[in-house]
Write a protein that binds this ligand. Sequence first.
Ligand code: ADP
Ligand code: MG
Length: 243
Amino acid sequence: MISVKNLKKSFGKNTVLNGVDLHVDRGDVLAIIGPSGSGKSTLLRCLNLLEVPEEGTIHIGETNVDVAKMGRKEVHNLRQETAMVFQNYNLFKNKTALQNVTEALIVAKKMSKQEAEKIGKELLIKVGLEDKFHQYPSTLSGGQQQRVGIARALAVNPNAILFDEPTSALDPEWVSEVLQVIKDIAKQNTTMIIVTHEMKFAEEVANRVIFMADGNIVEENDPKELFHHPQNPRTKQFLKTLE
Ligand code: ADP
Ligand code: MG
């Protein structure tokens, strides 16, 4: 489903991704953990070309790109393969919950308004917002806004959903409802990559976990092994700081 080879990204002299290789199968839930500044967000953002890497190949779904040689069509195609859920929700503030979810369906997928609203309502019901269709983001709690963000990502029926610390901007009281929605989606065989600092959640939801440090994948394993029997000294040290 996703295969990334030798991905390199720098900001000026700061090398942020050091030749990352990544492989995700259909239906996998991959959690990425690691210290702040290790390149986790940059890796996700490179997968949909919100950041443009200098080197490497990215294969997602039907699209194959060599980032050093790609044209506009390949950029467009690769972006269609995934949907992103952001830390700060990134909702359209002047659109209702339903309009946020249907926007891409109407504009990019050229669906009729009626058809898009049918799908949008189903998805908002799925994330527990059946009574919020016509509310604006400013009238919703952080947890509700993030659930709109998740419904919006599901709407385009992407090959994979990329979550970048989906609960880290939330007040503690809203975290569990958002994690529960993500868990429910994971059970439906949705391919997902989740950058998270919620270790318990990562262990429960993921079937693989990657530990990143300094722009490298330091260790990759199934959650039980990685969390309870880390092999690399850096992984051990990182997990210890969280105790
Ligand atoms: P993480 O998500 O693991 O905390 P990031 O991918 O956000 O790490 O950042 C990795 C490094 O890249 C950091 O040193 C950060 O300062 C730098 N960085 C990220 N985005 C940018 C940017 N747009 N411009 C310059 N430096 C950036
Ligand atoms: Mg980050």
